[in-house]
Ligand binder design. Sequence first.
Ligand code: SF4
Length: 489
Amino acid sequence: MSIETTVAPTGRHSDSPQPYPYQAVELVEPDWTRFPGWASVTAEDWASVQWQRAHCVKNVKQLRELLGDLVDDRFYADLERDQAERATMSMLIPPQMMNTMVPDVTPAGAGSLTEAFYADPIRNYMIPVFSDRRTEWSSHPHATRDSLHEHDMWVAEGLTHRYPTKVLAELLPTCPQYCGHCTRMDLVGNSTAVIDKLKFTGKPNDRLGDMIDYLRRTPSVRDVVVSGGDVANMPWPRLEAFLTSVLEVKNIRDIRLATKALIGLPQHWLQPDVVDGVARVASLARSRGVSLAIHTHANHANSVTPIVAQATRAMLDAGVRDVRNQGVLLNGVNADSHTLLDLCFRLLDGAQIMPYYFYMCDMIPFSEHWRVSVAEAQRLQHHIMGYLPGFATPRIVCDVPFVGKRWVHQLADYDTERGISYWTKNYKTSIEATSEDALSRTYEYYDPIHTLPEAGQQWWAEHSGLETTALKAAEMAEASRRTAALQAW
Ligand code: SF4
């Protein structure tokens, strides 16, 4: 029997131009000595997590000391105004992350970095400035501090039970870096001029003990997302002790460690005692048939550098089953199909990190300039299909309040004029046990008003009745209510 091979006719060759031109790219660590403040920093310093933590950029003064006059005064003034009037997160940027901003621009004197710095995608979400944000509709009328209502679903302080079989354990309220768009802005990080953060009231050991007790007495829970904040801010011995306790709960089959530090401060995950500790936990997990994975958070290809790949390799070699990326879809950063695909290929090819989700930016105060409409998210999902392996094609998801994550094409109905999408769900959250209609009603999600047609914008102008000042007052009232609830815990 002969086998015939078919040769594709000219013009149908596999290298014919595609809307997205895939190209393998070498990872590069940008040269940090291009910034005046780090002109004499050695490779040894750079590799040291202690040096990285000690040299984080935490305020405008330190940013000036680092960049000097390469960036115009108007940028610093813009940043100061944002911190006084808009910022929901305080500033904290490890050198590793700072060095991924304007990576290709060679400074050439005073002011020469200004425009590139304004345009830089990582700067955009890590160092937001006043002029980035919208002046009209800077917050959606339905924006809230805890937009996912995670605190309402706490079953122990910091333990959110929102889905039937999985829980989120917020071990601590800090991270090595603070992202301007953080969805947990209610709790995570230091208070800002605009937002007084809530505080955990329980003693850390009591809180963690209560979480373990809940897991033991709730056999329907099989999956624990161990988060914060960022688990990289918990001293490793304490984190290992907690993970070992979780592994003793026989119903637990999946543990996922949430850490953006793998991207922002990979030096943490390269420390020998941390690598050895992860190997011990991974070995214990394997012996008990539990999958241990790391979930990280990169929003742009520029974040994926050789040291990120090295830290990921160290984690995989230590026995972590998988490292997955959960990015956030952000206008001005990555809301473009080529930018998303560049990031996914950089993660997958360069660092063996699995592209997993892109979350739509949540409806928190002052986030409208970052958010995109559901229709735009659907369009982006369409355009990224087919290039990556199916198992590495990320889903763009909308985290619908009181529902949970939904693929963006899963909506039940959509009023595109008013930008209101309607969603259903197939399980009850922990606060709906007695609800009659939780599974038959629809739940709303709202597009940014400035993306709506004129008639839709007009409708909101007439019906919202909530301008920024009123919104702030409502937010503060909500914060007080929550603080009182926490104190009564
Ligand atoms: S790392 Fe995660 S939890 Fe921490 S500030 Fe960024 S988005 Fe928020």
